[in-house]
Ligand binder design. Sequence first.
Ligand code: GLN
Ligand code: ZN
Length: 772
Amino acid sequence: MTAKSAAAAARATVYGYPRQGPNRELKKAIEGYWKGRVTADALHRTAAELRRANWRELADAGVHEVPTGDFSYYDHVLDTTVMLGAVPARHRAAVEADALDGYFAMARGTQDVAPLEMTKWFDTNYHYLVPELGPDTVFTADSAKQVGELTEALALGLTPRPVLVGPVTYLLLAKPAPGVAADFEPLTLLDRLLPVYADVLADLRAAGAEWVQLDEPALVQDRTPAELNAAARAYRDLGARTDRPKLLIASYFDRLGEALPVLAKAPVDGLALDFTGPAVANLDDLAAIGGLSGKRLVAGIVDGRNVWINDLGRSLSTLATLLGLADRVDVAASCSLLHVPLDAGAERDIEPQIARWLAFARQKTAEIVTLARGLAHGTDTIAAQLAANRADLASRAGSPITRAPAVRARSAAVTDADARRSRPYAERAVAQRAHLRLPVLPTTTIGSFPQTAELRTARADLTAGRIDTAGYEERIRAEIGEVIAFQEKIGLDVLVHGEPERNDMVQYFAEQLTGYLATQHGWVQSYGTRYVRPPILAGDISRPEPMTVRWTTYAQSLTARPVKGMLTGPVTMLAWSFVRDDQPLAETARQVALALRDEVNDLETAGTSVIQVDEPALRETLPLRAADRPAYLAWATEAFRLTTSAVRPDTQIHTHMCYAEFGDVVQAIDDLDADVISLEAARSHMQVARELAAHGYPREAGPGVYDIHSPRVPSVAEAAALLRKGLEAIPAERLWVNPDCGLKTRGWPETRASLENLVAAARTVRAERAGS
Ligand code: GLN
Ligand code: ZN
C-alpha cells in the first residue's frame, strides 16, 4: 500500500474509556448493590446504560472503531481471570453459587475467604487483582462477558473491537497460588492457555467481531529471551488459527524494544504502539526494522495518561512519518483513557484560559478524531482545529503560570552543594543525640492518627459552610491536644500532631502551593469503586506561605517532648498528581523540592528539631525499563536532598516509605541521606532490616513492628520479638521502634492498645539490654 492510500484509510479509535459515568453512577450502583440497596438487575441495567452512553459518545465524536470488553464491575484483569476459568479454588463455590457475588468475593474477600491480592497496573495508579495460578490450574473459556458487550455494541450499529488482556501479559502478571512453590512460573502454562484464548477469539468472530485487540503491555518491560520466545510462540499459534478474527496486538506505557521485531514477524494483522513520552523511541525502532509491511499500525499518539492538550501539528508530522511504515495507519490514544478523568469541560472552577490547556478523555477523543481526519483528508480539513490548538499551546507556553521567572531563576541556580547536608551523617548523629537526648530504641509513629468520622464531618461542614474556619480550627486544635496528651501518657519519645487537618497527604499540600490545580470532577479509578482526584501540576511551583508550621508549633507548645514535623516529599507529590508534559519531570520535582525546602527551613526556625519527609512513592515510580532507572533515581534522590539539606546538623531528618520490597532501591534509600528512615516491615518479619544491613546502610532505621493494615492488636511479646529480630540486623544505637505506616485508617481502640504495646515492647527490650 502506498503512503497516500495508507493515509486515506486512517481511522480514529480508542482502547478503553472511563467506566464510572459522568457522576460516578457505576460506583454508586455497585456500592448500593453491596449494601443490598440496589438489585443485581438494576446494577446490570445501570452498567449497560453506561456502556451504551460511552459508545454513543465515542461514535458521535467520530470514533470509527469503539472498544468493547473494556468495561468492568471491578477490574479488567479479574474479568480476564473469569474469562479463562482461572477462579482460585477458595472462591469456586461462591462463583458457582452466584457469579456476581463470587466475582465481588474474589475482588474484596468475605468474612472467611481472602480476596485476590491487588497491585499496581504497571507504573499507573490503577490497581488490578493478581491472578493466582499453579501447575494444576485448568483453563476453560467463558466468553460470555466479551460476547455480550460485543453484541450490545453491534446492536447499536457500531463497529466494535473487543479488547482483551493478552495471554503473555496475563501470565506475566500472575503469581503462584497459595500453596504453590514460590518459584513456579505462570508463563509455563502458556501452551495450556492458548487454546482457551483461541476459543474466545473464535466465539468473538462468530459473534461478529472483525478485529480483536489483545493488550500486551508486559512486553514493554525488560524481558528475557525465554519470555520473548513465549510471545513469539503465542502469536504464531493464535495467528495460525483459521477461525479467528483479525488480531491487533497492543502495547503501551513504553517502547516495545526487543519485543518489536518479535511482534512484527508474528502472523497477526496489526500492532498498536505508543508514540508518546519515552515510547517515542518506537518510531526509530519501527523504521530500523523496515516498518510493518502487510500490517495495520495503530498509532498511540495522544497521551492517554496526562491531562494536557496534544500538539496536533507535531502529531501530524509523526503520523506522516509512520505512513511510510505500515499498510494502514490509525490514530489512537497511547493507552486506554481509563487513566484520565472524563471531561475537562465539567471543571467550572478552573480559569477558562487554563481550562483550554486541559484534555481529559472527551477532549482527547476529539483530538484523535481530528488527527485521523487530518491524516485521511488533508490538514486543510482541520485548519480551524489546528489554529485553535496552536493558540492554546502558545498561551500555555507563554503564560506566567507555566513560566514564573522567579521560580525558574531559583531552580536554575541550584548547585550540587544545595542538595547536601553541611556535615556528614556521623557528625550529625552526635549533634542530634546531644540535642534530642532520646533513649536507646526511641519510639515514634509515622504521622497520622485515626481520621475519625467527626473529623471528616467537620471538614465536610466547613466545605458546606455549616461551620466557619474558626469553628473548624477549634475542632482541629482539640484533636491535636488529645493526640499529644495520649502520646505523652503512653510514653512515646518523638511525638506527632496526628495530621487531623489533612484530607490527603498530597492534596493538602497541592491546595497550598501556587502552580497546582485542583479539579471538581476529575475522578480516575484507583481500584474497584475507589476513585481519586489527583491534583494537576500545571505551572511553576512556589509556596506563598508556610503550610504546616502553625499546626506543628501548636502541637509543640503542648509538650516538652520533640514533635516531629510532617511533610510529603517531592517524588510522592509528583507520583500522585498529574504531571507537566512541557518540561522534564526532574525540573518539576526540583521546583516542588524548593518549595518544600522553604517549609522545612521554616519548621526548623519555629523550633522543630525532627522533620519527616514522606516518600512512599519513591519505588512505585521506578521506570518500567531498567535502563531508565538510574536517571530517575538521580533526580528523585536529588529532589529529596534538596528538600531536606538546608537544616542544621542537629536537626534530625526522617523519611518514611511503605512497601514490601525495597531490595532494588536500597542504594537510592542510602542516597537520600536522611538521618532516620521508617519502613514497613512487620508482615515480612523485618526482611527490610536485613536488606538494609546487607547493604551496609549506615544511618538510623525504624522497620515497623506493628502492621497497621489490620485492626489486629499486636501483643507486647510479638512486637518485642520483631524488635529483637531487628536488633540482629541493626545495632541498638541506630534502631527505632515504630508502626509500619500512618494510623489514619485505623480506629482509636486498636490504635491505643497497639501503641501501648509497642512502647511496652521497647521498654522490655531496653531492660533486657541493660541487664545483659
Ligand atoms: N505521614 C503519613 C501518615 O502517617 C504517611 C502516609 C504514607 O506513608 N502513605 O499518614
Ligand atoms: Zn506509609
